[in-house]
Design a protein around this ligand. Structure first.
Ligand code: NAD
Ligand code: ZN
Length: 391
């Protein structure tokens, strides 16, 4: 079969590789009909995630048709059309029982490797390094899926691939990011980053009752889409964000602030005020993380900072004084995708949200290396690219 292979930092290619096979009796093989590139894939391509090996198949946002099931799979049948949540849940461990599926204790077959490198073991994730289990990803024609009965989610009749593909990750991720803001009637939510995750956070904040959403980015086409989703916008290359957010909220600051940027943050967003903090605080000089720092500085006293953006390793220059003395609440995490599938599918069926609005590019899997470049550099107004493994 054809698959998109990680070859090294900034090097991916499409290769012919052996078809996947069932390994455990709880596995199923899915013939992939649609797959997407995520901002998290860029962290792998940028080399921020340790334990990638040349030859690894990328991709954790994918869906398709079940073509083979193991002997212990009961609920899922050959022929089912399914989406596959990116974190793998065993369904039985302490975390999965609480619905915290992205913290599953049993889906990572390499816990020792993860503990040695990170000090803890994350759940298994498709196409996301050996620390998260070394599972082959879904930017391929076929993929082996684990704990099929617990994870594969049958798509209701009448919904297209485009409508449901983002249930695998970014729609639930935006929704959990917004839910983590503890939105109350009348609230203003600020969202740093208008990529796919930021855009779904904006849509979800309104679903959850936010009165206003203020979205921050530098790419006009992303800011345009944020406005179409109902947000007010700030271009951080043109406007001093901290001052603008204060002005727009009567001097108080937003009730909650979302960092939908993560590792590859660009610019500062809160230059002026952070420089002031620096003068009175001894901090080491590093450039990152801009967006997380900006979120802490911009949030009103007593507010909530929600971080769906992915980080790794250590970071410096966190304004801990502001964080503690403003009495902020912090929520983070990989998304517990499974928890949100029924309610977000209902929103799609009712037409409350149209997930397809973020799709700007459709390309055959063969052109995935080009698609990675477009998405990484935001060229050609690329917001989200969907790949067809069979075109
Ligand atoms: P993306 O790269 O398309 O979007 C990031 C956006 O942030 C870009 O539009 C960029 O211009 C903007 N940006 C950069 N620096 C900024 C700054 N200082 N202020 C404001 N905006 C800034 O990526 P995406 O697909 O939207 O993903 C965003 C983040 O969410 C990534 O870190 C990704 O790994 C993470 N993510 C997390 C989960 C989860 O489970 N928590 C799931 C999916 C993605
Ligand atoms: Zn993703």
């Amino acid at each position: 079969m054809k698959a998109l292979i990680w070859q090294g930092i900034n090097r991916v290619s499409v290769e012919n590789v052996p078809d996947p096979e069932l390994i455990q009796p709880t596995d199923a093989v899915v013939r992939v009909t649609a797959t997407a590139i995520c901002g998290s894939d860029l962290h792998l391509v940028d080399g921020y995630v340790p334990s990638m090996a040349p030859g690894d198949i990328l991709g954790h946002e994918f869906m398709g048709e079940v073509v083979e099931v193991g002997s212990d799979v009961k609920r899922i049948k050959v022929g089912d059309r399914v989406i596959v949540p990116f974190p793998i849940s065993c369904g039985k461990c302490w975390y999965c029982q609480r619905g915290e599926t992205s913290l599953c204790d049993n889906s990572n077959p390499n816990p020792k490797l993860a503990e040695a490198l990170w000090g803890y073991s994350p759940a298994g994730i498709y196409g996301y390094s050996h620390i998260t289990g070394g599972y082959a990803g879904g930017q391929a024609q076929f993929v082996r899926t684990a704990f099929a009965d617990e994870n594969l989610y049958k798509v209701p009749e009448g919904l297209t691939d485009d409508q449901v593909l983002f249930l695998t990750d970014i729609f639930p991720t935006g929704y959990m990011a917004a839910e983590n803001c503890n939105i109350e009637p009348g609230d203003t939510v600020a969202v740093f980053g208008c990529g796919p995750v930021g855009l779904f956070t904006i849509m979800s904040a309104f679903l959850l009752g936010a009165e206003r959403v203020i979205a921050i980015d530098r790419f006009p086409e992303r800011l345009d889409l944020a406005r179409q989703c109902g947000a007010e916008t700030i271009n951080y290359e043109e406007t001093e964000v901290f001052e603008a957010l204060k002005f727009m909220t009567g001097g108080r600051g937003p009730d909650s602030v979302v960092d939908a940027v993560g590792l590859e943050a660009h610019g500062t967003g809160v230059g002026g005020v952070y420089d002031a903090v620096k003068q009175t605080t001894r901090v080491a000089e590093t450039e990152r993380p801009h967006a997380f720092r900006a979120a802490i500085m911009a949030c009103r006293k007593g507010g909530t900072v929600s971080v769906p953006g992915v980080y790794g390793g250590l970071a410096d220059k966190i304004p801990l004084g502001a964080f503690v003395n403003k009495g902020l609440t912090l929520h983070t995490g990989q998304t517990h995708v499974h928890r949100y599938l029924d309610r977000l599918t209902d929103h799609i069926v009712r037409g409350d949200v149209d997930p397809t609005v973020i799709i700007t590019h459709r390309m055959p899997l063969d052109e995935a290396p080009e698609a990675y470049k477009l998405f990484k550099h935001k060229h050609d107004n690329c917001i989200k690219c969907v790949l067809d493994p069979w075109a």
